[in-house]
Ligand binder design. Sequence first.
Ligand code: NDP
Length: 255
Amino acid sequence: MTPFDLTGRLALVTGSSRGIGLAIAAGLLRAGARVVLNGMNPDRLAATRDELAAEFGPAAVAGRAFDVTAPDQVAAAVADVEAGVGPIEILVNNAGLQHRRPLLELDLADWNRVLATDLTSAFVVGREVARAQLARGHGKIVNICSVQTELARPSIGAYTAAKGGLRNLTRAMTAEWAGGGLQINGLAPGYIHTEMTQPLVDDASFNGWIVGRTPAARWGTPADLVGPAVFLASAASDFVNGQVLFVDGGLTTVV
Ligand code: NDP
């Protein structure tokens, strides 16, 4: 047994049908956890569930399609998982989206959509899961932040506001729930090559700028996030409260 062992624990990872959430879900499974996957597209979710079940066994992986921005769906899904799959020991609030548009051209509807998905969902899902975790006296919540939790850049104002807010939501959850035995922390990926960032990888000048701007001199991969996620989900971080762990190849430490 190591302090990173997750045997016997159940994790709900939102937005885990692909990308970073999928990599984190697979990493938690590899560390011994059982995982409930989530996404909006039921077909993609089922395909991912089957893929992981083939590797880790059908009993280790479940899937629940629901919209993290819809409070009724969230409450029903969390109650269903708690009753039918098991107590959610670990919640990873990962579901998110990007919308690139300068602030002066940004519609309020798009602002609201980004804020709902990237910030409010962590409150909505976190509140439902924390009710059950607090009743048990322990639990882990990992909020997936971003380098935009710390830094801004043009054209992604709504995302920057949401991810900055997520840091302070992490602190607010800590202020209210840490005394009840919960550890709530943020994990902030740097520039990670996924479907969300494919347009940036394909843009030669942006790609060159990111590689030059990152001390580690490369894009991150979803696999780079697994160790830090396991750390924040495990007993290894039992006295780590309200922090944001930047996994960004050093990007936020240099100008
Ligand atoms: P992807 O676009 O590859 O995947 C997004 C996932 O979120 C999908 O599983 C999608 O489900 C799900 N999702 C989106 N909206 C909802 C919703 N309303 N309800 C439920 N599920 C939803 O994203 P990434 O893997 O790139 O990003 C994951 C997280 O990491 C995000 O929070 C993002 O902000 C953050 N991040 C990403 C970085 C990067 O470089 N890629 C850098 C820093 C942070 P479906 O398949 O059904 O659409």
